[in-house]
Design a protein around this ligand. Structure first.
Ligand SMILES: [Ca+2]
Length: 238
Protein backbone atom coordinates (compact mmCIF):
# COMPACT_ATOMS: atom_id res chain seq x y z
CA UNK A 1 0.00 0.00 0.00
CA UNK A 2 2.73 2.44 0.98
CA UNK A 3 4.78 1.30 -2.00
CA UNK A 4 1.87 1.88 -4.37
CA UNK A 5 1.43 5.42 -3.07
CA UNK A 6 5.10 6.16 -3.70
CA UNK A 7 4.88 4.79 -7.23
CA UNK A 8 1.78 6.81 -7.98
CA UNK A 9 3.47 9.97 -6.67
CA UNK A 10 6.50 9.28 -8.85
CA UNK A 11 4.33 8.77 -11.94
CA UNK A 12 2.41 11.98 -11.30
CA UNK A 13 5.68 13.88 -10.84
CA UNK A 14 6.86 12.51 -14.19
CA UNK A 15 3.80 13.91 -15.98
CA UNK A 16 4.12 17.28 -14.24
CA UNK A 17 7.83 17.44 -15.01
CA UNK A 18 7.25 16.82 -18.71
CA UNK A 19 4.56 19.53 -18.78
CA UNK A 20 6.82 22.14 -17.12
CA UNK A 21 9.78 21.44 -19.39
CA UNK A 22 13.44 21.56 -18.56
CA UNK A 23 15.18 24.88 -17.87
CA UNK A 24 18.28 25.25 -20.05
CA UNK A 25 20.74 28.15 -19.69
CA UNK A 26 21.03 30.61 -22.56
CA UNK A 27 24.15 32.65 -23.22
CA UNK A 28 23.96 36.40 -22.65
CA UNK A 29 25.38 38.46 -25.52
CA UNK A 30 28.05 40.24 -23.48
CA UNK A 31 31.43 40.98 -25.05
CA UNK A 32 34.90 41.55 -23.72
CA UNK A 33 36.54 44.89 -24.47
CA UNK A 34 38.30 45.18 -27.80
CA UNK A 35 36.54 42.17 -29.33
CA UNK A 36 34.21 44.05 -31.68
CA UNK A 37 36.36 46.78 -33.22
CA UNK A 38 35.65 48.48 -36.55
CA UNK A 39 38.14 49.60 -39.22
CA UNK A 40 38.67 52.90 -37.38
CA UNK A 41 39.74 51.10 -34.21
CA UNK A 42 36.49 51.93 -32.37
CA UNK A 43 34.96 49.32 -30.06
CA UNK A 44 31.39 48.75 -31.24
CA UNK A 45 30.35 47.07 -27.97
CA UNK A 46 31.34 49.88 -25.58
CA UNK A 47 30.86 53.64 -25.24
CA UNK A 48 32.64 56.15 -23.03
CA UNK A 49 29.74 57.92 -21.29
CA UNK A 50 31.91 60.00 -18.94
CA UNK A 51 35.45 61.26 -19.50
CA UNK A 52 37.76 63.36 -17.35
CA UNK A 53 39.69 64.44 -20.44
CA UNK A 54 38.06 67.11 -22.66
CA UNK A 55 40.47 66.20 -25.43
CA UNK A 56 39.10 62.64 -25.48
CA UNK A 57 35.50 63.05 -24.37
CA UNK A 58 33.97 59.89 -25.83
CA UNK A 59 31.59 58.41 -26.68
CA UNK A 60 34.07 56.47 -28.80
CA UNK A 61 36.09 53.79 -27.01
CA UNK A 62 39.30 52.93 -28.84
CA UNK A 63 41.30 49.75 -29.09
CA UNK A 64 44.61 50.66 -27.47
CA UNK A 65 47.53 50.00 -29.79
CA UNK A 66 50.32 51.26 -27.51
CA UNK A 67 50.41 50.71 -23.78
CA UNK A 68 52.94 50.54 -20.95
CA UNK A 69 55.01 47.36 -20.69
CA UNK A 70 53.72 46.68 -17.17
CA UNK A 71 50.07 46.45 -18.31
CA UNK A 72 48.93 42.85 -18.59
CA UNK A 73 48.96 41.47 -22.16
CA UNK A 74 45.88 41.31 -24.37
CA UNK A 75 44.15 37.92 -24.55
CA UNK A 76 42.08 35.93 -27.03
CA UNK A 77 38.85 37.16 -25.43
CA UNK A 78 39.73 40.74 -24.35
CA UNK A 79 41.99 43.62 -25.26
CA UNK A 80 42.88 46.97 -23.71
CA UNK A 81 40.61 49.87 -24.68
CA UNK A 82 40.62 53.49 -23.62
CA UNK A 83 39.59 57.07 -24.41
CA UNK A 84 42.22 57.09 -27.18
CA UNK A 85 44.25 54.52 -29.08
CA UNK A 86 47.56 55.74 -27.68
CA UNK A 87 48.16 54.83 -24.03
CA UNK A 88 51.93 54.88 -24.27
CA UNK A 89 53.96 55.56 -21.19
CA UNK A 90 57.07 57.34 -22.28
CA UNK A 91 58.48 60.37 -20.48
CA UNK A 92 60.02 61.60 -23.74
CA UNK A 93 56.79 61.29 -25.69
CA UNK A 94 53.91 61.83 -23.27
CA UNK A 95 51.30 61.15 -25.94
CA UNK A 96 49.37 58.68 -23.82
CA UNK A 97 48.69 61.14 -21.02
CA UNK A 98 45.06 61.41 -19.84
CA UNK A 99 43.57 63.67 -17.19
CA UNK A 100 43.15 62.42 -13.64
CA UNK A 101 39.52 61.59 -12.90
CA UNK A 102 36.66 59.21 -13.67
CA UNK A 103 36.05 57.41 -16.96
CA UNK A 104 32.87 55.33 -17.39
CA UNK A 105 32.74 52.54 -19.97
CA UNK A 106 29.26 51.34 -20.88
CA UNK A 107 28.06 48.21 -22.66
CA UNK A 108 24.52 46.94 -23.31
CA UNK A 109 22.90 43.55 -23.76
CA UNK A 110 19.36 42.19 -24.00
CA UNK A 111 17.51 39.66 -21.85
CA UNK A 112 14.41 38.07 -23.44
CA UNK A 113 10.99 38.57 -21.85
CA UNK A 114 10.56 34.89 -20.93
CA UNK A 115 13.90 34.64 -19.08
CA UNK A 116 14.03 33.73 -15.40
CA UNK A 117 15.75 36.89 -14.12
CA UNK A 118 16.80 35.35 -10.79
CA UNK A 119 19.10 32.97 -12.70
CA UNK A 120 20.94 35.67 -14.68
CA UNK A 121 24.64 35.98 -13.98
CA UNK A 122 27.82 37.43 -15.43
CA UNK A 123 31.31 36.35 -14.44
CA UNK A 124 34.62 37.61 -15.66
CA UNK A 125 37.86 39.32 -14.85
CA UNK A 126 39.21 42.75 -15.59
CA UNK A 127 42.33 44.87 -15.47
CA UNK A 128 42.34 48.66 -15.16
CA UNK A 129 44.66 51.64 -15.02
CA UNK A 130 44.43 52.72 -12.30
CA UNK A 131 41.46 51.68 -10.17
CA UNK A 132 37.97 50.26 -10.67
CA UNK A 133 35.70 52.24 -8.34
CA UNK A 134 32.35 50.57 -9.13
CA UNK A 135 30.32 48.46 -11.54
CA UNK A 136 26.70 49.56 -12.05
CA UNK A 137 24.02 47.43 -13.71
CA UNK A 138 20.81 49.28 -14.63
CA UNK A 139 21.52 51.82 -11.90
CA UNK A 140 22.19 49.10 -9.30
CA UNK A 141 25.58 49.56 -7.69
CA UNK A 142 27.45 46.27 -7.49
CA UNK A 143 30.13 47.66 -5.15
CA UNK A 144 32.86 45.95 -7.13
CA UNK A 145 36.20 47.68 -6.79
CA UNK A 146 39.87 46.93 -7.22
CA UNK A 147 42.14 47.82 -4.31
CA UNK A 148 45.17 49.96 -4.78
CA UNK A 149 48.45 48.15 -4.80
CA UNK A 150 52.11 48.72 -5.37
CA UNK A 151 54.46 51.20 -3.79
CA UNK A 152 55.42 53.09 -6.93
CA UNK A 153 53.00 55.51 -8.57
CA UNK A 154 53.19 53.64 -11.85
CA UNK A 155 52.24 50.39 -10.12
CA UNK A 156 49.08 51.72 -8.51
CA UNK A 157 45.99 49.83 -9.54
CA UNK A 158 45.27 46.59 -11.34
CA UNK A 159 46.83 47.13 -14.73
CA UNK A 160 49.40 44.40 -14.16
CA UNK A 161 46.96 41.57 -13.41
CA UNK A 162 43.33 40.51 -13.78
CA UNK A 163 40.83 40.91 -10.96
CA UNK A 164 37.83 38.49 -10.91
CA UNK A 165 34.25 39.77 -10.61
CA UNK A 166 30.70 38.42 -10.78
CA UNK A 167 27.24 39.97 -11.06
CA UNK A 168 24.16 38.08 -9.88
CA UNK A 169 21.58 40.84 -9.30
CA UNK A 170 20.20 43.98 -10.91
CA UNK A 171 19.22 42.40 -14.25
CA UNK A 172 16.06 43.47 -16.11
CA UNK A 173 14.06 42.14 -19.04
CA UNK A 174 14.91 43.96 -22.26
CA UNK A 175 17.93 46.25 -22.60
CA UNK A 176 20.47 46.03 -19.76
CA UNK A 177 23.01 48.85 -19.22
CA UNK A 178 26.32 47.87 -17.61
CA UNK A 179 28.81 50.56 -16.55
CA UNK A 180 32.43 50.17 -15.43
CA UNK A 181 33.78 53.13 -13.43
CA UNK A 182 37.53 53.64 -13.80
CA UNK A 183 39.60 56.22 -11.91
CA UNK A 184 42.78 57.52 -13.50
CA UNK A 185 45.01 58.45 -10.58
CA UNK A 186 47.75 60.98 -10.17
CA UNK A 187 51.08 59.79 -11.47
CA UNK A 188 54.13 61.73 -10.38
CA UNK A 189 56.42 59.73 -12.56
CA UNK A 190 55.54 60.78 -16.11
CA UNK A 191 52.68 60.45 -18.57
CA UNK A 192 49.50 59.07 -17.08
CA UNK A 193 47.57 56.75 -19.41
CA UNK A 194 44.31 55.02 -18.48
CA UNK A 195 42.43 52.05 -19.87
CA UNK A 196 40.41 48.94 -19.14
CA UNK A 197 40.43 45.33 -20.28
CA UNK A 198 37.30 43.27 -19.49
CA UNK A 199 36.70 39.57 -20.09
CA UNK A 200 33.22 38.31 -19.30
CA UNK A 201 30.46 35.87 -20.16
CA UNK A 202 26.95 35.43 -18.87
CA UNK A 203 23.95 33.11 -18.79
CA UNK A 204 20.25 33.24 -17.97
CA UNK A 205 17.76 30.39 -17.80
CA UNK A 206 14.68 30.40 -19.98
CA UNK A 207 11.89 27.77 -19.85
CA UNK A 208 12.06 25.23 -22.66
CA UNK A 209 9.30 25.43 -25.28
CA UNK A 210 6.09 23.64 -24.19
CA UNK A 211 6.22 20.01 -25.41
CA UNK A 212 4.00 19.07 -28.37
CA UNK A 213 0.45 18.15 -27.22
CA UNK A 214 0.89 14.67 -28.70
CA UNK A 215 3.95 14.07 -26.53
CA UNK A 216 2.02 15.04 -23.41
CA UNK A 217 -0.91 12.77 -24.30
CA UNK A 218 1.41 9.82 -24.82
CA UNK A 219 3.27 10.54 -21.58
CA UNK A 220 -0.04 10.87 -19.74
CA UNK A 221 -1.36 7.61 -21.17
CA UNK A 222 1.80 5.84 -20.13
CA UNK A 223 1.63 7.16 -16.59
CA UNK A 224 -2.05 6.36 -16.14
CA UNK A 225 -1.54 2.92 -17.57
CA UNK A 226 1.21 2.48 -15.00
CA UNK A 227 -1.10 3.67 -12.20
CA UNK A 228 -3.93 1.44 -13.47
CA UNK A 229 -1.72 -1.62 -13.30
CA UNK A 230 -0.90 -0.96 -9.66
CA UNK A 231 -4.55 -0.18 -8.83
CA UNK A 232 -5.70 -3.51 -10.30
CA UNK A 233 -2.86 -5.31 -8.58
CA UNK A 234 -3.89 -3.79 -5.27
CA UNK A 235 -7.51 -4.93 -5.76
CA UNK A 236 -6.37 -8.50 -6.36
CA UNK A 237 -4.14 -8.46 -3.30
CA UNK A 238 -6.82 -6.94 -1.03
CA1 LIG B 1 47.04 56.09 -15.00
Amino acid sequence: MRTNLALQTAAAALVLGLAAGRVPADTLSVFGTGMNVNASGIDQSYTLTTSADPGNPGPNVFLVNQFPPNWIANTATSKWVGPRADASWDAQQPTGNQNVGTYIYETRFTIPANAILSTAQITGQLAVDNQLTDVVLNGNHQHITTPLRGSNPEDLGYSTQFYPFSITSGFVVGTNVLDFFVANLFDTNGPNPTGIQVQMSGTVNTPAPTPEPGTLVLAGMGAFGFLGYHWRRRQVMA
